[in-house]
Design a protein around this ligand. Structure first.
Ligand SMILES: [Zn+2]
Length: 102
């Protein structure tokens, strides 16, 4: 499993920070070079720009994007989701946001 930085979408620098689960041994792969902040984010150092910041699980991001595409397809199938300029209506945008946060 890969974790990528929010800034450059790159792997974390190794051996700067180390984290271990409270039970058991070390995390697998690059997860052990990231620590959990109290806000619930994964934090580490980006191997591209060398700045510290949040990281995300590549797989989770992918699942979220696939879900977004499904929602968009659903929107496209209904004409009343678009205004006279072919833009998504505010109501449609609100609906997308709601669905994405489910
Ligand atoms: Zn970076």
């Amino acid at each position: 499993m890969n974790y990528l930085s929010m800034c450059c979408k790159k792997l974390p620098v190794t051996n700067v920070v180390m984290s271990k689960p409270s039970i058991g041994g070390e995390y697998e792969g690059y997860r052990k070079y990231l620590i959990n902040t109290k806000e619930g984010n994964l934090w580490g150092v980006c191997s591209e720009c060398n700045k510290s910041g949040s990281f995300f699980d590549e797989k989770e991001k992918f699942i979220m994007d696939v879900k977004y595409i499904d929602i968009l397809k659903e929107m496209m199938s209904r004409d009343d989701n678009f205004d006279e300029n072919g833009e998504l209506t505010q109501e449609a945008k609100d609906y997308i946001e709601k669905r994405r946060n489910e």
